[in-house]
Design a protein around this ligand. Structure first.
Ligand code: BGC
Length: 380
């Protein structure tokens, strides 16, 4: 448990100062945040629940949390829900029983996680929604996030910038409908793509629902749900692969040629890219992604994935720890925005994201210290 002592106050200052430094921006050229512990540290009364170990994205968050906290001498317990909301709730209950005062949760399913958040609230534990928003409950105290609408907009802008003339085939894919972020990413992408569909630059090839709505500049959540339901990858590599295969089986040669693909994240981008690359009628493709996963950074270097959106997890981890410390001290974390979770406007401070392709991969991903150059071959 947390001990209030002069030493704790010192550690808090060190951690908060380090976090402030780490929040300088995703493309900052500084090394990852280092913490200096000069004495045995107080235990941080925080538990973390992440959605799955099956995606590198969340294993990375675990690693970066451990790096940040153990370097400071703090204990932290990180549990994984493995795609199961019941396990997620059991994890939250286990952490409550252990006496944590703050729980940081990335919900597997935004709405299903409301029950876990309410159990924490009932036990007097603060709930920080991490990266994904917990929906349909007032039991969320803070939301630590990237600007997810900007992620979708960056993906779409990349496609727009690479397209010439009219009639360019466009294939749309989305994340899991149970993840609020899938809506934010799609909203951001639609805002940028829709005018370019309306003016004939792009022609949607794989979603009758999107075609039916293509005249609308702004979509309601229900309208987005209709499209997402048709083009969801469920954040799953195999689902993405099967869907892309099914789409290309139905499409004729005239729907292929030089194609443009909105893929929602790196794991699904690699799966979809491999399917398109194998189709003899696809002469070239531009495909988006997000997360700057190592495998996708290599795909970008190799010309197999066009871009990714770097969401610097070091910044998110720093913001989450700063927010947890603020709650432990009875303070309120900084707020610049709110996000509507269906019941309340949750206070948040979204972080910036960076669009990365072959041209800036060295600067944005390697020089920033995000991944070491030695992990890749053929860097430009
Ligand atoms: C996250 C992405 C991640 C996706 C799949 C989203 O909520 O924001 O970074 O790729 O989930 O796990």
């Amino acid at each position: 448990m947390l001990k209030k002592s002069p030493f704790y106050a010192l550690m808090t200052i060190l951690v908060v100062a380090a976090m402030a430094l780490s929040a300088c921006g995703p493309a900052a050229t500084s090394a990852p945040t280092q913490f200096v512990a000069t004495e045995p540290a107080a235990k941080l009364a925080v538990g973390i629940v992440l959605p799955t170990k099956d995606e590198p994205r969340w294993v990375q968050d675990e690693t970066r949390f451990k790096e940040a906290l153990t370097a400071a001498g703090y204990d932290v317990e990180i549990l994984f829900s493995q795609g199961d909301s019941a396990k997620e709730k059991a994890n939250v209950e286990a952490l409550i029983t252990k006496g944590v005062k703050v729980i940081i949760i990335t919900p597997q399913d935004g709405t299903a996680a409301a029950a876990a958040a309410e159990a924490a609230r009932a036990a007097g534990v603060k709930v920080i929604s991490y990266d994904r928003l917990i929906r349909d409950t007032d039991a969320v105290d803070y939301y630590v996030t990237f600007d997810s609408v900007a992620v979708g907009a960056a993906q779409a802008q990349y496609l727009v910038d690479k397209a010439e003339g009219t009639g360019n085939p466009l294939y749309l894919y989305a994340g899991a409908a149970s993840d609020n972020n899938a809506f934010l990413f799609f909203e951001g992408a639609w805002n940028v793509l829709q005018p370019k569909i309306a003016d004939g630059t792009f022609v949607i090839k794989n979603s009758s629902e999107a075609v039916a709505l293509q005249g609308k500049a702004t979509l309601t959540r229900d309208e987005m749900a209709q499209i997402i339901g048709q083009v969801t990858t469920n954040w799953d590599f195999n689902t993405a692969k099967s869907l892309a295969e099914a789409n290309l089986t139905v499409a004729g040669a005239a729907d292929k040629g030089s194609v443009f693909i909105l893929a929602p994240n790196d794991g699904t981008a690699r799966a979809i890219a491999d399917v398109f690359a194998a189709d003899k009628d696809v002469t070239s493709y531009v495909v988006t992604g997000q997360d700057a996963e190592k495998a996708s950074v290599q795909y970008i270097i190799d010309g197999k994935q066009s871009m990714t959106v770097l969401k610097d997890v070091r910044t998110l981890v720093g913001d989450a720890i700063s927010a947890a410390i603020a709650f432990l001290e009875g303070k309120t974390p900084p707020q610049t925005n709110t996000y509507d979770n269906g019941v309340i406007d949750v206070p948040a401070k979204p972080s910036e994201v960076v669009s990365v392709d072959k041209d800036n991969v060295q600067e944005a991903v390697i020089d920033s210290g995000y991944w070491p150059a030695a992990d890749f071959t053929g860097l430009p």
